[in-house]
Design a binder for this molecule. Structure first.
Ligand code: SF4
Ligand code: MG
Length: 328
């Protein structure tokens, strides 16, 4: 299978008032062409920072890529300048964020906002642009598309705004679509509708999806493969059924046990105790050690490397008997 996006040993540093911290500490994974890859983890695990790095949207003065590379179609894009990145964004790759209200501009109509990327990336007449906009709005299930184009974001419901965001992201038919918690802000019914819509669009277009979420239930619904992130690292990678049937990393096991369907009969919702450590709290051992029910001496002494069982990877000492992967 061909790879569209490959992240190799990515390290990202942030400047803070108290000095530099490194929230991304050597991230490796790849997204294959046509695949939907889930990136899952609690907030603070580094999912969003990683996706912003792919999009070239990291805060310029406050952050720095300190190691590794991001290959898009076999080309390292970490050294692109803003002008080169703008050519990629919205055209070759686009992103849907959690809260559509913050990503849509309140002072422009829906039609004006959807027209902008077409002006930037496509040679189209005004009439062609309008036709393309109405077509994409209809594709994402927006009724009265010819009227909606004259309305402003605040005139639409949350679900409709997210549909507009999806149409905006799809407008130039990107090869890569990154969805960062795209349904988290929506109520359950609308969430199900939007996920269904995304699946349908995915099936129709020649596109690869990077699906970022804290919700393993959503992952189960949407993804072919899953990358589990914890404290700025990838701790497990597996094909979706394999991950649920045979999770190797204790953190993944905790996430699966926290799913509502797995504890419907328990009175209290199980969740992993404690919090993701801040980058400056991570010592020489495994970053999960303070929360891990399986931790033993070695875990505190040194950080585990990534072990592999075929395509199933896990960064945990419990897998030590298996073949070790050589990652930089
Ligand atoms: Fe738990 Fe040790 Fe595995 Fe870390 S290396 S996840 S502490 S068992
Ligand atoms: Mg996030």
């Amino acid at each position: 299978t061909e790879v569209l996006l490959e992240i190799k040993n990515l390290g990202i540093q942030f400047k803070t008032g108290e000095g530099a911290i490194q929230p991304i500490r050597g991230v490796n994974f790849s997204l294959r062409k046509g695949e939907t890859l889930g990136v899952v983890g609690e907030s603070g695990s580094g999912k969003s920072v990683t996706s912003l790095a792919v999009m070239g949207l990291l805060p310029e003065k406050k952050s720095k890529i300190v190691s590794g590379s991001i290959l898009f179609n076999n080309e390292d894009i970490t050294h692109l300048n803003e002008r080169q990145y703008r050519k990629l964004r919205g055209n070759e790759m686009s992103m849907i964020f959690q809260e559509p209200m913050t990503s849509l501009n309140p002072v422009f109509t829906i039609g004006e906002q959807l027209g902008e990327p077409l002006k930037q990336h496509k040679k189209m007449s005004k009439k062609e642009r309008k036709a393309a906009i109405i077509k994409i709005l209809k594709q994402v299930g927006i009724p009265r598309a010819d009227q909606i184009i004259n309305e402003y974001p605040h005139q639409l419901s949350g679900g409709m705004r997210q549909r507009v965001m999806i149409s905006l992201a799809l407008l130039c038919e990107p090869k890569l679509l990154i969805c960062d918690e795209p349904t988290t802000a929506l109520d359950v019914t609308i969430q199900a509708q939007i996920l269904e819509l995304m699946k349908q669009i995915k099936a129709e277009k020649d596109m690869s999806l990077l699906f970022i979420t804290h919700d393993l239930g959503v992952v189960a619904e949407m993804c072919d493969r899953v990358v589990v992130m914890y404290a700025g690292e990838i701790v497990e990678v597996a094909e979706i059924n394999e991950l649920f049937d045979n999770p190797l990393h204790p953190y993944t096991k905790g996430l699966i046990d926290s799913l509502p369907t797995n504890n419907a009969r328990k009175s209290k919702l199980y969740s992993i105790k404690g919090q993701v450590p801040r980058p400056d709290e991570i010592g020489k051992g495994c970053a999960f050690a303070n929360r891990c029910p399986y931790a033993f001496n070695k875990c505190v002494e040194s950080a585990p490397p990534t072990f592999s069982k075929g395509e199933h990877l896990s960064k945990c000492w419990l897998q030590e008997s298996d073949r070790q992967v050589n990652i930089q």
